[in-house]
Design a protein around this ligand. Structure first.
Ligand SMILES: O=C(O)CCC(=O)C(=O)O
Ligand SMILES: [Fe+2]
Ligand SMILES: [Zn+2]
Length: 660
């Protein structure tokens, strides 16, 4: 009997070990968290996160059995937590005692797996902090003032001549001072509403002024009323419409507001009733805010929680039914264009000075920095989630390389081509540090480099690929230099494959996948509210496109230069140099793709985050071959073809540098 029990136990131990190894692989692959093989005082607890429905309180209770807990970090919405014990011995003790422990929480049972980590990343504590520029001032108004303010909002249609009231799908709204229009997410600045702001707000606004939260009085008020189960989609209040900061007073009931950074970081902030939310700087301009329509929120049990408004920071969480919340959002209309530090998401800056096609090297570098490099850094995680399937012809090229070949992928993105042929030695580089980081986390050899000067020896590669990269260079000289750099890396006889986006999205009567996705009704599934509350940049983007076609040229130092148009996604290209909108989907699940992969750009129906614009030079038929034959010496074009809206060439290096 004893011996069978010990055999069974061994089996269980093996199973536990397998599951624990799997958990630490998942942490590395999907979260970039490397675990340590030796005991430390820091442990990561897989399945012990708020994202698994495990409350901090119940986790802490279990963790304390292992020893004295120095700190416990529970990142919002993640399926893991970090615990730091008082000593390595305590960490080791907890590991032995608790690994594989089943934890009962909210009618479900989860199994906790523990792994050691060298340290708890300081970024994680940062991601648990409030977004920069955000503050929540509790008890900003008294219960009596709260009642008075709620009574001051007259929801009957009586005041229709001095205010504007609307029932939206997910809440009702009322505007004072100026109407906020949900069709263009903007304000008619020359059409103030008679009556201004309700006098009942005077005292509280004077207090905001006196306390230094604002320096001028607001002249616009939006009252939002949310019933339980209602919300507001994530958005950034239009830069060109309102100044900084934005104030929002919560009345009647508490709610949880989600803030999201374009890089995917997300912070849930509890807004108690009678608190004032102040959004300034980054939290106003760059992070989106929104309220998920829900009937219940995860909120602190204790009502007296000081400034600890973070759901993730709280030691005591519980579910609470949402009541009816009325918020008063006070804003100051902006009369001169926004000049914030986030030009890639700023409608003012995009409209007031749309870029022109550069001629000088310096202008080209600045354009690419703003409309290529910065954008890829910001959208890297969402971009990566849309890039998973290799294009078949690129795959064939990679599989045709003899074993032991050395391959360089210049502009490797998330590394989707680096593992295709396991028989070759692949190395990738990209200008985006975030994308390179994703490659490294996936176990690929990759480094940050500009495609114009790759730190690899001339003639060191048997093959190079440049997939969807060269169209991001903004002058002919720079595009040519990028091809020359690829050829420099090749040994004589080596081959390069280049893909660039084609101006011709319809070829041989066949529409490219990019165009087809537009007609397949990418937006049909949007809810009505999402349609009317379309991301604020969409309308301006449309506006910007019209503006740029109206005013095709700009006078600058007596040189007339064409403006770069904003392209409308899923439509034919109207010019060769364009800005292509990227509708960022916030909070991308790195484990899953964001739907079907398109040749360029995500499907628009997935997004409610800010819109970024990437610069492209789309190639006309023959342009790529011409550039390779005439602008670059020592190569021949083996073949050229059109593939799903791209022009493609395969080159062979025929001479070494010295022979030229
Ligand atoms: O309900 C709130 O506090 C926020 C409302 C809001 O973000 C808006 O109207 O733009
Ligand atoms: Fe807002
Ligand atoms: Zn701005």
């Amino acid at each position: 009997m004893d011996s069978t029990r010990s055999v069974r136990r061994t089996k269980e131990e093996k199973k536990l070990l397998r599951r624990q190894i799997k958990a630490s692989h998942t942490l590395l692959k999907h979260e970039g968290i490397s675990t340590a093989s030796h005991p430390t005082k820091h442990l990561v607890v897989s399945n012990g996160g708020l994202g698994n429905g495990v409350s901090r309180e119940s986790l802490l209770e279990v963790l304390k059995e292992g020893g004295t807990v120095e700190s416990l970090l529970t990142p919002p919405a993640k399926p893991y937590a970090f615990v730091t014990y008082s000593s390595t011995e305590a960490g080791q003790n907890a590991y032995t005692l608790l690994n594989g422990r089943a934890l009962q929480c909210h009618d479900q049972s989860v199994t906790l797996y523990f792994s050691y980590v060298e340290k708890v990343d300081s970024d994680l504590s940062v991601s648990c902090a409030l977004p920069p520029g955000l503050s929540v001032l509790e008890d900003f108004v008294s219960p009596e003032e709260e009642l008075q303010l709620l009574q001051a909002v007259d929801w009957t249609p009586r005041t229709a001549d001095v205010t504007v009231q609307k029932a939206l799908k997910h809440r009702r709204v009322k505007h004072y001072g100026y109407e906020f229009r949900y069709d263009n997410n903007n304000i008619d600045k020359d059409k103030p509403l008679p009556g201004g702001l309700p006098v009942e707000c005077d005292a509280l606004l004077q207090r905001c002024l006196a306390d230094g939260h604002i320096s001028v009085l607001p002249d616009q008020l939006t009252v939002n009323q949310y019933q339980s189960g209602q919300g507001i989609p994530p958005h950034v209040d239009t830069h060109s419409a309102f100044e900084d900061p934005i104030l929002s007073l919560s009345l009647g009931a508490k709610t949880v507001m989600d803030f999201k950074h374009p890089d995917g970081r997300s912070v849930a902030v509890v807004l108690p009733e009678r608190s004032l939310l102040v959004m300034k700087g980054k939290s106003r301009y760059l992070w989106t805010h929104g309220i998920t329509p829900r009937k219940f929120d995860v909120v602190p049990v204790s009502e007296v929680e000081g400034s600890g408004v973070m759901t993730s920071d709280l030691s005591n969480l519980t579910l609470k039914r949402r009541g009816t919340r009325t918020s008063l959002t006070f804003r100051k209309i902006r009369h001169i264009p926004c000049n914030c530090a986030y030009p890639s998401v700023c409608d003012s800056q995009l409209l007031s000075s749309p870029p022109t096609v550069p001629v000088a090297e310096g202008d080209a570098c600045r354009l690419e920095e703003q409309y290529v490099h910065q954008v890829y850094e910001e959208i890297s995680s969402h971009f990566s989630s849309t890039r998973h399937s290799p294009w078949p012809h690129v795959r064939d090229f990679l599989l045709s390389l003899p074993p032991g070949s050395i391959l360089a992928d210049i502009g490797c993105g998330n590394g989707k081509y680096l593992g295709i042929n396991p028989e070759v030695i692949s190395v990738g580089c990209d200008r985006s540090a975030n994308l390179v980081q994703i490659c490294v986390e996936r176990g690929y050899e990759a480094f940050v480099s500009d495609a114009l000067s790759v730190p690899l020896r001339s003639g060191s590669c048997d093959a190079c690929i440049s997939i969807a990269v060269i169209h991001h260079f903004s002058t002919q000289e720079r595009r040519q230099a990028a091809v020359r750099e690829l050829v420099r890396l090749l040994k004589v006889g080596g081959r390069a494959l280049i893909y660039v986006w084609a101006m011709e999205q319809e070829y041989n009567k066949q529409k490219s996948k990019y165009l087809k996705e537009g007609t397949a009704g990418a937006s049909v599934e949007r809810s009505n509210e999402l349609k009317t509350e379309e991301n604020m940049f969409n309308q301006q983007e449309e506006h910007g496109r019209k503006m740029s076609s109206d005013m095709k040229c700009t006078e600058e130092q007596n040189v007339t230069r064409p403006r770069i148009h904003i392209h409308t996604n899923r439509t034919a290209f109207l010019s060769q140099d364009l800005l292509v909108p990227w509708h960022l989907k916030c909070n991308v699940d790195k484990n899953k793709g964001a739907g079907s992969e398109s040749t360029n750009g995500p499907l628009e129906n997935t997004s409610q985050g800010p819109v970024f614009h990437r610069y492209y030079h789309v190639f006309q038929q023959g342009e790529l071959e011409e550039m390779c034959c005439c602008g670059v010496t020592g190569v021949k074009v083996l073949r050229s073809y059109h593939d799903q809206g791209n022009w493609c060439v395969e080159l062979e290096k025929t001479h070494g540098e010295r022979a030229l």
